[in-house]
Design a protein around this ligand. Structure first.
Ligand SMILES: [Zn+2]
Length: 169
């Protein structure tokens, strides 16, 4: 994109229902289990040029091998997730998921990021398409608790169609 923003990458945190300081450091935006949005420590602009120095990272390090120009949005609460039968104590809720999709639609519009698989994706999808990065093998998001029938390779497409719905409604 002309403004330097290339993508929105959607994650889940490995934390609890509400973001903690570590979660806020890793993502630009977070959504808790009630659908309430939070801003992270860094603005999306901090990821236009990712700077690391002796004091640490000065951007949201949400996607290994793909942080530059990437906005990181995360749903809270996948602590202790193992698989669809063991989702941990605070799995993603329906209201939280919808709030996340609405936020992604707003960000897509604000930053001019098209709703395409090359520009809006889950961290899992980024890892699949970038096998030589630290994101390879990431499991967010391979399961969506409110939509248990979705297969892991269908979730990205489902998310993008939801975002399109929010853009037109
Ligand atoms: Zn992630």
């Amino acid at each position: 994109m002309a403004n330097g923003f290339k993508r929105i990458i959607i994650h889940w945190t490995a934390g609890g229902k509400i973001p903690n300081d570590h979660d806020k450091q890793c993502y630009h935006f977070l959504i808790d289990h009630t659908g309430k949005p939070y801003e992270g420590k860094f603005k999306p602009e901090a990821n236009l040029k990712c700077v690391d120095d002796a004091n640490g990272s000065h951007y949201a390090a949400h996607t290994g091998g793909g942080n530059t120009g990437s906005i990181g949005v995360s749903m809270c609460g996948m602590m202790n997730f193992k698989d669809k039968n063991n989702v941990g104590p605070c799995p993603i809720t329906r209201i939280q998921f919808e709030a996340c999709m609405k936020m992604c639609a707003m960000l897509s519009q604000k930053y001019g990021i098209p709703v395409l698989s090359t520009n809006i994706m889950t961290h899992y999808e980024f890892g699949v398409s970038h096998p030589n990065t630290a994101s390879h093998g990431k499991i967010d998001i391979v399961y969506l608790p409110p939509f248990p029938w979705l297969e892991k390779d269908d979730i990205g497409r489902f998310i993008r169609s939801k975002i399109k719905w929010y853009l037109t409604n």
